[in-house]
Design a protein around this ligand. Sequence first.
Ligand SMILES: Cc1cc2nc3c(=O)[nH]c(=O)nc-3n(C[C@H](O)[C@H](O)[C@H](O)COP(=O)(O)OP(=O)(O)OC[C@H]3O[C@@H](n4cnc5c(N)ncnc54)[C@H](O)[C@@H]3O)c2cc1C
Length: 416
Amino acid sequence: MGYNKEVIIIGGGVIGLACAHYLIEKGASVRIVEKDEIGGGASHGNCGLLYFSDVIPLCSPGTVSHEIVKTLKRTSPLYIKPTLDYKLLIWLLKFASKCNSSHMTQAAMGKYEILNYSISLFDTLLALDTMCCDFEKKGILAVFKDKKNFEKYQATNEFLATYNMEARRIDKKELQEIEPALRNDIAGAWLNENDWHLKPDMLMASWRKHLSKKGLIIEEHCNLLGFEIKGNTLVGVNTIKGSFKADAFVLATGAWAPQTLQQLKLDLPVQPGKGYSITMERPGICPTYPCSLYEKSMVATPWKSGYRLGGTMEFSGYDDKLNPKRISKLISGATAFLREPLGHPVIEEWTSFRPMTYDDLPIIDKAPSWENLIIATGHGMLGITLATGTGKLVCDMVYGKTPEINVTPFGISRFR
Ligand SMILES: Cc1cc2nc3c(=O)[nH]c(=O)nc-3n(C[C@H](O)[C@H](O)[C@H](O)COP(=O)(O)OP(=O)(O)OC[C@H]3O[C@@H](n4cnc5c(N)ncnc54)[C@H](O)[C@@H]3O)c2cc1C
């Protein structure tokens, strides 16, 4: 196969840009077709954690009962809109059926491989002078309000240790020294130094600039209308800006993947998991570390140039309205943990959709029945973290090269 393939990527989120990066490095001519603006979807206002230690899938033993209890206590960040949408109902049932230790162990192995693969690729990427994104390698603090929960994390940490991803226990006294932004009534924290963080909107802007200089063609406000097909091969895309031809295609439309695949009769179990964030100037007493506030399932991320609270998980279809109740929940959640939970002024209140699969593993595979289409979606809560690994795997798939890690866990055949 030649190295100067022409490739069209549909979707200009972090996954689309990562695919473009490795394809351009390999010598491909790449065009991104994006319905809004590059980095305007889930990749914009997320928490920016490079959560390499997050090998445990969301669907693990106890997740369902834990969330039911929290929902009854009205403290859950999870919201499921009452619905008759049978696809969502089936998705939820399948998610519940995966909340067992056998799936957890199996999925952790798959997650570990791609998380670990992404670390070294990020190291190389973020060493480029052109990547300006307030990047830091100081770790993430998992903070516990409740002593029982703090102690219980020991078992989780033992599981993480089997992957060399363990955290360090920080008792109350040391915690007050290393993270004075936390309130005095915190039980303790676990510091995972395997994790990094960056400002995702800055990453997207600098990555875009870097790739544009290397020849990436960007078509914004260019909604995909359909594919041009010859037999079992795609030859082009029709968009509101006209049609574009290519040798190979990558579908990286995040939570919108099911809609964009309808014409190809590919039904992928990706649901939009709506999340929220508030971006502010740094408060006077700003956290030193990104803090994952355990009992509230939310994150407070500090950067040199700002501060963000983010979280919540709402299954309510593609309704993109900003619900002020969820924003208030983020504020009250942060108030329970932080001495100065808010910075002024507020720069942005934001919502978008995570592309969620029911087994909490991404989908990175050649599309069945279509010769030259690769699908890269379903990155759930970890799309920023897994971007480099995904981009490199997709590039190898486009060029017919054997991927450097086992990609079976990310295959589409697992849904059949
Ligand atoms: C509150 C919140 C916090 C998060 N925190 C973290 C974190 O700390 N760390 C982490 O790793 N991940 C985090 N995530 C998850 C992460 O943001 C996502 O997994 C990731 O951004 C998904 O990237 P993507 O490129 O697949 O999707 P997106 O960024 O959504 O990009 C998909 C793109 O496809 C475009 N598109 C859709 N349909 C079409 C069409 N018909 N034609 C053309 N273009 C189309 C969209 O406009 C969009 O720009 C968080 C998410 C949320 C919501």
